[in-house]
Design a protein around this ligand. Structure first.
Ligand code: THG
Length: 647
């Protein structure tokens, strides 16, 4: 994706505009300005709405001004462009079906977005010179509903943003933005929508995302900045990520520092003009233009911020001060920009290079709340196994009883035991796996802090799950049992919704037995995930093992093959992760022996380089907690060392 906007962004600091709403209010609008005149020449959709409204004023619906008073909206854009803004944002904050629905005009999403982009385009073109081109950012706000709280369906939000972004693209926007966001699941829906809108218009424009960090230090629902960044970075099409609204630059500084240290995307910051102070029932903002300019200068110099602007309470005077302080500054070669350039060689933002190391970025997954690194100090990535209809009687019974609170409590216990991730499977004969997954994950999304592993082989179940959890989950799993078809479908979903993936060493011939066979299928999995643009660290190869509990001659060397394959992968693909369902190794044995054998097998697999495992965390014992002779016995079983009785 090449564009003039990205060329400018790659080179120098760009200045955004400031607040729109307060500028509109200052224009002294009357109720007539919010009235769709049915005598004017509209397209069929707008004419229909105008006739239906019959001259009723939709007082306060600022988006409508794009149709009724484009002169005033254009005038606000012009004032910011005069102040020195490189980018102006469309007047379309509430262009979402259920927000416009409050004014009884949900059908106008596309047309209002289209009009808002056209107005901004006209002004930007008027001010553009070859030395200082001006750009239109088609921005939509978060709306009034939280998907994670079930106030709106993922698919409804996605479809409204699709219409809105299509309007922006056709109206001439240079980039798409979702801003002031409070819920990462809503952010996910809007990114999916932006990508779909771009595909349907056959355009490639950069996507920008801005979240709102409240005074509490997290997003409204409790998401830490690391969770937000990690989820965003799973979408290569998101070209800039940052913050706007809620607080001033002082309160934002800690998050901007975090982004400077960790983000592989250019950083955008649009603070309010300080924290609001209530005066006579109105919020007023006291940060002066010069102060805002100085804060941005610090952000640019210290943290490599690329896009500087303002939110509530900022005026053209603020933006002039920002432009004077940072406009045109060349990016330094600090750690942040080195990372951005590594991630996007030549600033071709359409290709995230899967083979590139990402040394300092957030390598890991996330929930709605927190980031979870793949690499755990002094441990492995522990995936709790008990939230599984096949793996736990307690889970199965509560699922059958639809005891969602109990199922949530069970997950909380696993968290308490130290699981870093929970493997969730709702496949249960006689029940609707997709519906159960949706319901259960809507609970886990809200109430469980750690990220999730979605355990299903059904494409529809996986997609439902990906639409229900915020953050970046792991999909468990793909394999080549039925060839390429389903695997490609699932990898497409991982790309679309931003997820990591588990790949099993199974192909058309069945489950691989020897280490060489396992390694060969692993290489095929790696090739396929790279083809879909997933970075190596987001693939977890599962080298699978048969149970040693059957005593079958055929499977006695099974654990050795698994361990050897893990070692081969570690050597040849050090960035690819590995995982095992450890308890499988001891199916059919007595509980006490299972615990010892699982612990021993995990010990040797980790020595070979295993990076994560699906286990019952509290049942894993370290070597020093197992009696030496028992340890030896279990080790002999794992390594198939047998002493035959002398004849
Ligand atoms: N690889 C991957 N995913 C997997 C597996 C794997 N997912 C499922 C499974 N295997 C891992 N999970 C479990 C969960 C529970 C048990 C085994 C594996 C288990 N449960 C007890 C039993 O069946 O005896 C029941 C305990 C109870 O009822 O409380 O052993 O290999 N990628």
């Amino acid at each position: 994706m090449k564009s003039m906007l990205l060329d400018c962004l790659a080179e120098r600091v760009l200045v955004y505009d400031g607040a729109m709403g307060t500028q509109l209010q200052a224009a002294g609008l009357s109720p007539e300005d919010f009235t769709l005149d049915s005598d004017r020449e509209w397209n069929a959709i707008i004419a229909n709405t105008a006739a239906r409204l019959g001259g009723v004023s939709l007082d306060g619906c600022n988006e409508l001004l794009c149709l009724t008073r484009p002169d005033i909206v254009g005038g606000v854009h012009a004032s910011y462009l005069e102040a020195g803004a490189d980018l102006i944002e469309t007047n379309a904050f509430g262009t979402i079906s259920y927000v416009l629905g409050e004014y009884d005009i949900p059908e106008l999403v596309f047309d209002l977005a289209f009009a808002s982009a056209q107005i901004a385009r006209q002004q930007a073109d008027k001010f553009s010179t070859s030395a200082k081109p001006r750009f239109v950012v088609g921005g939509i706000g978060p709306g009034t509903r939280l998907v994670s709280l079930g106030q709106a369906a993922f698919t409804d939000v996605e479809s409204s943003f699709f219409d809105g972004f299509r309007g922006m693209i056709e109206g001439g926007a240079d980039a798409l933005l979702v801003e002031t966001t409070q819920d990462l699941l809503m952010v996910k829906a809007s990114i999916v929508a932006a990508e779909r809108a771009l595909a349907s218009c056959e355009k490639r424009l950069p996507i920008f995302v801005q979240v709102t960090m409240e005074q509490t230090g997290t997003m409204l629902l409790g998401s830490e900045i690391g969770a937000a960044l990690n989820m965003i970075e799973a979408f290569p099409s998101v070209v800039a990520f940052g913050l706007n609204c809620a607080t001033g630059p002082v309160e934002m500084a800690q998050h901007v520092r975090f982004l400077g240290q960790n983000s592989t995307r250019p950083i955008a910051v649009q603070p309010n003009a300080g924290l609001p102070i209530m005066e006579k029932g109105h919020a007023v903002y006291k940060l002066s233009p010069e102060e805002l300019g100085q804060h941005h200068l610090e952000f640019v110099e210290k943290y490599g911020v690329a896009l500087c602007g303002g939110c509530c309470g900022t005026t053209p005077a603020h933006i002039k001060a920002v432009a004077d302080a940072v406009g045109g500054h060349k990016h330094t070669s600090d750690a942040h920009w080195i990372k951005v350039r590594q991630q996007f060689p030549g600033f071709d933002f359409s290709v995230a290079n899967p083979e590139l190391p990402t040394p300092n970025s957030l390598v890991g997954i996330s929930s709605l709340y927190q980031f979870q690194p793949y690499e755990q100090d002094t441990s492995f990535l522990i995936v709790g196994e008990k939230t599984n209809a096949n793996g736990s009687k307690a889970f199965r019974e509560m699922l059958a009883a639809e005891n969602w609170e109990g199922l949530t409590e069970l997950a909380r216990e696993l968290e308490g035991e130290g699981s870093h991730v929970l493997d969730v499977c709702t496949a249960y004969v006689g029940r609707n796996e997709e519906k159960d997954m949706r319901t259960l994950l809507s609970y886990y999304n809200r109430h469980i802090q750690v990220p999730l592993m979605i355990d299903s082989t059904e494409v529809n179940v996986i997609e439902a799950a990906l639409q229900t959890v915020a953050g970046k989950p792991i999909v468990n799993s793909i394999n080549f049992e039925d060839g390429e078809d389903r695997t490609r479908k699932v990898l497409g979903l991982c790309r679309k919704y931003g997820a990591a993936v588990v790949g099993l060493t199974i192909d058309e011939k069945g489950m691989a037995k020897s280490a060489d066979e396992k390694f060969a299928i692993a290489e095929r999995l790696i090739a396929r995930t790279r083809e879909f643009g997933l970075p190596d660290h987001d693939l977890f190869i599962d080298c699978l093992t048969f149970t040693l509990g059957s005593g079958d001659e055929e499977f006695r060397a099974s654990a050795i093959a698994t361990i050897d394959a893990i070692a081969m992968l570690k050597q040849h693909y050090p960035r690819v992760n590995t995982v095992l369902g450890v308890s499988n190794v001891s199916f059919g044995l007595k509980p006490a022996l299972r615990q010892v054998l699982n612990s021993t097998f995990l010990h040797f697999a980790r020595e070979a380089g295993l990076t994560s495992a699906i286990v019952h965390a509290s049942k894993i014992l370290p070597e020093n907690k197992i009696e030496a002779d028992v340890w030896k016995l279990a080790s002999d079983l794992v390594y198939d060392r047998r002493v035959f009785a002398e004849a």
